[in-house]
Ligand binder design. Structure first.
Ligand code: 26W
Length: 777
């Protein structure tokens, strides 16, 4: 288990010497990162090979996901290997501060929650010695990088993440497969990323496919015409994995996206069939005995018809292939938002993947025959979620309340027909990245108290409960202050804004979406600002409101909300009347690495979606684990957070699912606006020139108060929940003044966070869905 750090240092030096002819101290952070990464890859190769060659277990699981939001790998890999501190020390002795690698950009092959969840799951499976491999796509450009212009508008830039190389993967050209489309055939070339477990020798694999042309250039082409045509073929192939779709929560029916999904599906299944045949021969009827595949939402759902097609091509009949597929697949749903459910027009599907659409039609005929009332295809549109429930063993939601909504509402008819298929798997987060790595100070404090390596058994955090006393609270408060000081430095450097660590840090970090209600947060801040100015709010502890969020580039309203918040921030931060009380910061380019700085510094965690809209949330868990109290609704995993940590230790507000459902039919947002003068005044700042106004803000204003042709006014109930939100927010603010009582709440949350380790989640998938057991070489 022990790695020789001196060797890694020597190999890093050698690598730098022969590649760049520089010394450790002369190397740029990028050169150092590549050399160190290469050295670590050498150091782990033996364990990786042994893990791969482990005797074929009874059943292995495969995670199929279009997104892996991995973050920065260098620190987490060293951390999981147990050598981060020692390597830092060794480099420091050579005059090199490994903190310089903070400049290395994230591996951001995902949008938000769904992508980050797959990364947490891989970490947990490797750490728990569970045989889980990941399959995904190696996008040339990951999630765009975000800046704000002088108007406060989001500006996107391409994320060329491999520009300085990618030391954390190996290209395995010998395992290249071909994927066929009617008009061309492409190569899917695998890149293998090691998934290094924590506190184990086990190293799993994430295999990412990159599309390339079958023949780079046709060298028989001798005239210019042919030369350009050959290049066209190359571009057409590479286009498929050129870019991650930056769309979160709204679905678009795009040809290129079908191609991406099909490449992920077909390449991964061909790869699995190759390995199966090597181990078990040509009889494919036992495929499902050895393989379980988890579909991360419906993005890889074409794997279902593709497996059936591949099995039939090997001589199986349709019914038998169907039955193998059904035993192999399970599907996780990540959203109840109708606009995010994938529905492909059949003619579009047929033009890109004709054989796949034929098989989907056969599956549709079968279900209509055997289960009248249910369908896969309706009005020539294929519903991928329906397909995934029908040809699968289990379907699960990602928090208790979400799984209940799936049964009661979204997939009601399916639940009636197949009740045993419905499960819940409440999400989790890896405590290694989201505590050990990002908050070593708090980790140390906890381990001084409860001892041992609780990061492998997060349930042990509950041992803290009887130990919470004044002294521990003081120690916790000191750590929190330290993390705020550190964050202040990062924000000064990245945003050019000076913050005071004695302020309350109230944090909302997540993708920008109307349903997440960043606008509700903003309106309450504007209200508080006016109250502070007119002197009606006196009992207020100085607070910085921190936002971090990317908007889908085409999501006009979300972008208008970003602009509005930036304008609010500018007004407030430049007003000397409130300067010692209020700050608003919208950080640019919120990503995993930024999260690792923000989350440990947060006092208050804003989780404010209307009940019934956020499937789970995972940021809420990260913030809880780092000792923030939740200011939230009874939605997603918030429900389970307060069940674990107690209502009294959090700030819960707003209508419940039942109350919203009851209010729906007679909801009149303008009535609330007319009778709440302070809210009225806050909403008016969208349009009255208090901050610069624009057409998109006017549109936001009308969407709130008048509705549109497609949605009623205030579709996400900002006004309904407003007063209850503001009161909870102000109560949390007042409570903060009692540093003992507030710190106690924070510690109660930490001590109750054990359930939210993704180790717990992955064990539940392993036992209740995949039926796999831990194996170790
Ligand atoms: C096809 C376009 C598209 C892309 C992504 C539609 C929908 C999505 C995802 C469903 C969005 C997503 O990331 N969902 C989040 O998944 C997390 C992990 O389960 C949950 O914690 C979040 O509540 C959920 O919004």
């Amino acid at each position: 288990m022990s790695y020789n750090c001196l060797n890694i240092l020597k190999w890093t030096e050698a690598q730098l010497k022969y590649q760049h002819d520089v010394s450790l101290k002369q190397a740029t952070p990028q050169e150092l990162h590549e050399a160190l990464g290469t050295a670590v890859m050498m150091a782990i190769s033996d364990n990786w090979n042994k893990s791969r060659k482990t005797r074929m277990p009874e059943r292995k699981a495969y995670y199929f996901s279009a997104e892996y939001l991995i973050g920065r790998l260098v620190y987490s890999n060293l951390y999981n290997l147990g050598i981060l501190d020692e390597m830092k020390e060794l480099f420091a002795q050579q005059g090199v501060d490994l903190a310089c690698l903070e400049e290395i950009e994230d591996d951001a092959l995902g949008n938000g929650g769904l992508g980050r969840l797959s990364a947490c799951f891989l970490d947990s499976a490797a750490s728990c010695n569970l045989p889980l491999s990941g399959y995904g796509l190696r996008y040339r450009f990951g999630l765009f990088k975000q800046t704000f212009d002088s108007n406060g508008s989001q500006v996107e830039a391409a994320d060329d993440w491999t520009k300085f190389g990618d030391p954390w993967s190996y290209r395995r050209y010998n395992h290249t497969v071909k994927v066929h489309f009617p008009d061309h055939t492409v190569l899917a070339v695998p890149y293998d990323v090691p998934v290094i477990g924590y506190g184990t020798n086990n190293i799993n694999t994430l295999r990412l496919w990159q599309c390339e042309a079958e023949s780079e250039l046709d060298f028989n082409a001798f005239n210019n015409q042919d030369y350009l045509r050959a290049l066209d073929q190359k571009n057409k192939a590479e286009d498929i994995t050129r870019v991650l779709y930056p769309n979160d929560s709204t679905w678009e029916g795009k040809r290129l996206r079908i191609k991406q999904q099909y490449v992920l599906s077909s390449a991964s299944l061909q790869d699995m069939l190759r390995v199966y045949k090597l181990a078990h021969g040509d009889d494919l009827s036992h495929f499902a005995d050895y393989y379980a595949i988890q579909l991360n939402d419906t993005h890889p759902a074409m794997s279902i018809p593709e497996l059936i097609r591949l099995l039939m091509a090997e001589g199986m009949d349709f019914e038998q292939a169907f039955s193998v597929a059904q035993k192999t697949f399970s599907y996780t749903n990540h959203t109840v938002m109708g606009e995010a459910l994938e529905k492909w027009p059949l003619d579009l599907l047929r033009s890109v993947v004709p054989e796949i659409s034929d098989i989907i039609c056969r599956i549709d005929e079968k279900i209509r025959r055997e289960h009248p009332g249910l369908f896969i295809i309706q009005n020539d549109i294929a519903h991928m979620a329906n397909l995934s429930i029908y040809v699968g063993s289990y379907i699960n939601g990602v928090a208790e309340i979400h799984s209940q909504i799936l049964k009661d509402d979204v997939f009601r008819d399916w639940y009636k027909e197949f009740p045993d298929r419905f499960q819940n798997k409440t999400n989790g987060i890896t405590p290694r990245r989201w505590l050990g790595l990002c908050n070593p100070e708090l980790t140390q404090l906890i381990s001084d108290k409860i001892g041992g390596d609780f990061l492998k058994d997060l349930g042990r955090l509950s041992e803290l409960k009887p130990m919470i006393d004044d002294e521990l609270v003081n120690q916790f408060n000191a750590v929190k202050h330290q993390k705020k000081e550190q964050l202040c430095k990062v924000i000064a450097q990245h945003e050019g804004i000076q913050l005071n660590p004695d302020f309350i840090f109230d944090v909302q970090v997540k993708r920008l979406h109307e349903y997440k209600r960043q606008l509700l947060n903003a309106l309450s801040i504007v209200d508080i600002y006016f109250r502070l100015k007119d002197g009606s709010l006196t009992d207020f502890h100085p607070t910085v409101y921190l936002f971090g969020a990317k908007s889908a580039p085409g999501y006009i309203r979300a972008k208008a909300i970003i602009r509005y918040i930036n304008r609010i921030a500018k007004m407030i931060n430049n007003d000397p009347d409130v300067n010692d009380k209020l700050k608003v910061v919208f950080v640019q380019n919120y990503n995993c690495s930024y999260a690792e700085h923000i989350i440990p510094a947060a006092d208050i965690s804003e989780q404010i979606s209307p009940a019934g809209t956020e499937a789970s949330g995972t940021g809420n868990m990260k913030l809880m684990l780092n000792g923030a109290v939740t200011l939230g609704t009874m939605d997603g995993a918030n429900v389970e957070i307060v069940k674990e940590a107690g209502m009294e230790n959090n700030y819960i507000f707003g209508a419940t699912v039942e109350q919203i459902n009851a209010a729906k039919s007679s909801y009149y947002a303008r009535g609330i606006y007319d009778t709440n003068p302070r809210l009225h005044r806050a909403i008016d700042t969208l349009v009255d020139g208090t901050v610069p106004c624009d057409n998109d803000q006017i549109e936001l204003y009308h969407a709130l108060l008048d509705g549109t042709s497609w949605h009623m006014a205030d579709h996400y109930y900002l006004l309904l929940d407003y007063e209850s939100y503001l009161q909870a927010k102000l109560r949390a603010n007042r409570d903060y003044a009692d540093r003992q009582a507030f710190g106690r709440k924070c510690l109660e949350n930490i001590a109750s966070a054990g359930k939210f380790s993704s180790d717990r989640t992955i064990h539940q998938y392993a036992e209740e869905i995949w039926h796999i057991k831990p194996t170790q070489y």
